[in-house]
Write a protein that binds this ligand. Structure first.
Ligand code: ADP
Length: 495
């Protein structure tokens, strides 16, 4: 058994340059590789195999073989092994937390260690759901026994992002495996090594080929995976533009697809809200500790005009007290942006705000002064006000630590602004009035609505959006049943 290695630099060196196919670490068939950046220093922290169609071919072929044997096990046997994967991951929380912190720049204490724990929890949760792979009986007539049974879809292709890479991978891999499928994952270019480590650990428990992982660039490696004829289901988390490409690839083959895409999630603070709780909720909801790199980030905060100025003062004071610094330092609340591309994207939107008459850009907290971090991708969190909901910064997903605060006068106006977006992923409403809360729950158009709280997504809570935010729910029993099984109708004539 592999023992935890809590030196992320040493672990990254060990894992550099490989895919994991058929139970073994293997380099890219082309021999190509690419650097993985440490965003806190700007230096490479390792490198990854640059996969292409040839690697996809080998990985899918191995997965197809493994799937047939796996599907022949009973559901409970599969579930037990998947739950055991979760317990193994629990022993590696510190190791995985440190590796993802180094690779993605997310602070260890506030984000990365939390991700590693919830990753383990997802495998334990789905492992326990194996006996729920049930069909139903149908009262069709009295001369037959009519039922539905659930069968695995086959080999699942999973394409994942970098912001919560291990956990978002788990939400696909764990239910797919329990349902009797094999999975080939394509990791994100910015965070391949932490996911490779998870795969390596789980391959100590799972049969070879059942869970393969490839690293590489989106079009060169993810493209052939999505298009592969033996991939019977594609599950994707990422940007809207890539989601459309994936959806087209699925349409070509007529296979089902799950898409978890972007958001521009509103947080509505009514005039009677408990302001202090709402400020806490804004800090969590906006994921300031993750530099706002979350599709559910409360990136539009609609505040009743009577509370607007005070809310901004209190939120700024709260964020000012947070410490930006080395992601691996326990004292750090906020780490870095993940990549130079994302860094430029945030700068672009801030420039757009600066060019706008009346915009008020409140930059909070302070950049680190340690010379070792001088090339790090640190950005001060921004509370932006004085822009309307029609502004580009309020309509497009920035995926950085920028939240827009917009005043409103009436409930109707608030709901109108909240729903006036191409996205429909998450929303919250803050009020002490029960009927306002219930109206908000009904009228906010989003897949995940909360009242007077802003918790992050957890196993068992169905998660996913409408409109450009995607198709399908993850993280729950229905995600396993709907996304990773086929339903077969069976009629047994008893006459
Ligand atoms: P982001 O802009 O946040 O990186 P992307 O949607 O580009 O979001 O990336 C999410 C995942 O999709 C990554 O694993 C990436 O490599 C992959 N990807 C990007 N482009 C394609 C593509 N054309 N085909 C398949 N996968 C892709």
């Amino acid at each position: 058994m592999l023992v935890p290695n809590i030196d992320p630099h040493a672990l990254a060196a060990e894992l550099s340059g490989y895919h994991l196919i058929d139970g073994a670490l293997v380099p890219a068939s082309s021999g190509e590789r690419f650097n993985v950046l440490n965003p806190a220093t700007g230096d490479p922290m390792g490198y990854a195999a640059a996969g292409d169609a040839a690697d996809v071919e080998v990985a899918v072929e191995s997965a197809s073989r493994a799937q047939k044997v796996w599907a022949a096990k009973t559901a409970r046997e599969r579930g037990k092994l998947v739950a055991e994967c979760g317990r193994l991951l629990e022993q590696h929380v510190e190791e995985l937390g440190r590796l993802v912190a180094l690779e993605s720049g997310k602070a260890l204490r506030t984000e990365s260690r939390v991700e590693a724990s919830v990753l383990a929890d997802a495998f334990i949760y789905f492992g326990g759901l194996a006996s729920e792979l049930k069909g139903e009986t149908i009262p069709y007539n009295n001369t037959s026994m009519t039922m539905t049974v659930r069968e695995p879809v086959g080999v699942v292709g999973a394409i994942i992002p970098w912001n919560v890479p291990m956990y978002l991978m788990a939400l696909k891999v764990a239910p797919a495996l329990v349902a009797g499928n094999a999975v080939v994952v394509k990791s994100a270019e910015e965070a391949p090594l932490c996911c490779l480590r998870v795969c390596q650990l789980l391959n100590q428990i799972l049969p070879p080929g059942l869970f393969n992982i490839l690293s590489g660039d989106g079009p060169t490696c993810g493209g052939p995976l999505a298009a592969h004829k033996d991939i019977a289901k594609i599950t994707f988390t990422g940007s809207v533009e890539t989601g459309r490409i994936i959806h087209r690839a699925a349409a070509e083959k007529l296979v089902p697809v799950t898409l978890e895409l972007g958001g521009k999630s509103p947080m509505v603070i009514m005039g009677d809200a408990d302001l202090e709780r709402a400020v806490d909720g804004a800090v969590t909801g906006m994921r300031f500790t993750r530099q706002g790199q979350s599709c559910t980030a409360a990136s539009r905060i609609l505040v009743h005009r009577s509370l607007h100025d005070e809310f901004i003062e209190r939120l700024s004071a709260r964020v000012d007290a947070m410490r930006i610094g080395d992601p691996l330092d326990e004292a750090t609340d906020i780490g870095t942006i993940v990549s130079p591309n994302q860094f430029e994207r945030v700068a672009y939107y801030l420039e757009k705000a600066r060019e706008t008459a009346g915009a008020n850009i409140r930059e909070c907290s302070a950049l680190p002064t340690d010379p070792k971090l001088s090339k790090g991708l640190f950005v001060r969190p921004v509370i932006l006000s004085g822009v309307t909901n029609q502004h580009q910064v309020c309509q497009e997903e920035i995926f950085g630590p920028v939240t827009c605060v917009i005043p409103f006068d009436t409930y109707e106006e608030a709901i109108h602004i909240a729903n006036d977006t191409e996205y429909a992923l998450a929303a919250t409403i803050w009020t002490r009035d029960l009927s306002t809360a219930m109206r908000g729950v009904n009228e906010l158009h989003a897949g995940f609505v909360q009242v007077n709280q802003n918790v992050v997504v957890q196993p068992m809570l169905p998660y996913g959006g409408f409109k450009s935010s995607g198709i399908g729910k993850e993280a729950s029993l229905d995600s396993m049943l709907e996304h990773f099984t086929h339903r077969k109708t069976v009629i047994i004539n008893m006459g």
